[in-house]
Design a protein around this ligand. Sequence first.
Ligand code: ADP
Ligand code: MG
Length: 442
Amino acid sequence: MLETLDNVWIQFLEFIKNRISISEYQNWFEHINVISSTKDEITLEVPNIFVREYILDNYKKDMLIFLPTKNDGELSVNFIVKEEIKEKRKIKYPVLPPIMNSNDINFNSQYTFENYIEGPSNQFVKSAAFSVAQKPGNSFNPLFIHGGVGLGKTHLLHGIGNYIKNHNKKYSVKCITTEAFINDLIMNLRNKSVDKMKKFYRNLDVFLVDDIQFLQNKENFEEEFCNTFESLINQNKQIVIVSDKPPAQLKLSQRLIARMEWGLVAHIEVPDLETRVAILKHKASFKGLTLSDDVCFFIAERIFSNIRQLEGAINRLAAYYKITNVSITKEICQSLLNEISSYVSTNKISVENILKSVALVFEIKVSDLKGESRLKNIALARQVAMYLAKEHISDSLQKIAQSFGGKTHSTLLHGWKKISSILETDENLSRQIQMIKRNLSS
Ligand code: ADP
Ligand code: MG
């Protein structure tokens, strides 16, 4: 009995195990228990809220493929927090073990140069990354890659790691997110083993660092990072850094910014239509799905600023195909992806329409937009919705603000100002907003 109950969860775990590192798996998935499971709903027990938030933030797409969903396509998963059952205690963050072992890195095996589709938007970055992979320390050093969300930065970083591991086993390579680096440092400070950590990092041949923007406003950690950086560069060891902004726009010390600008700074841009179609086809074939040109263009014309969203669309179509075995036509595609293409069919723009549209593009719930969560992605989406509401709705600010779960008009105004100023420089956000506007007026 239990076996069938757990089945979907086990399948999901098997799938996810191959895609993430052992330590990630241990931290996030090993301590989750299935309490009950039917074909319509599954209840999971998680050690704390943090685990729930993290897996929903990072693995929801994958969960949607395996776990039950509701009629509206949302996950039908209940979470029970262990601590809620016992007593309300302070949230405990999972303790991450120190990760100073260059062999435990599990580069995502799918993230290779072969699987990276080239186009005018990324050709330059890709060849820079490839040249670094071929001659670590003797090409561009450091290589600094920046660009918007979901444009393949992490893919390229792992691509470099995979290539070096396959072609040059003698190199010790470490790929780490900046958050994990900070965690590592905290753990080693706690264990009084910082010297060991320093030695580990400073003996690497290739240091691949993802999402350096998380080092902003963390002065204590910045210093240690900067020292590691200098020590490696001085020994001619290869460093690759990935960021969502160019070095000069990061709130980091001048010293570190200057170091990061030493080598080559390369920008990944938003792919053009043809490249998006090529990526779609590539990803679809991976899922055993054949899509007509018609369907590919249909999707690629509607999702343009984030390749992860293109993948989300493919996952949805693949799941549909798996269940029905009916080939995907443009019509099927339209109805399956209606949230992306034209979710809001009325011409009258209302706060509710804006909330729905923003929630869909940012992949969160309308209730999150009305709620109080300060999670970065949710807070940004909420401000985008406030911005659009102020721009498009002629009601008083007070009245509009009320529709956001009873916020004040100064909160609304603050949101509007914040987004207006981000839009001056952030091309990616501006495209996302265009997409939402298109939905609203279609
Ligand atoms: P980022 O780190 O920039 O947010 P990721 O590297 O995580 O983005 O990429 C998001 C998804 O899009 C990944 O699954 C990745 O494989 C895919 N992807 C991005 N760019 C390309 C590309 N040029 N060719 C194939 N897949 C891509
Ligand atoms: Mg990334």
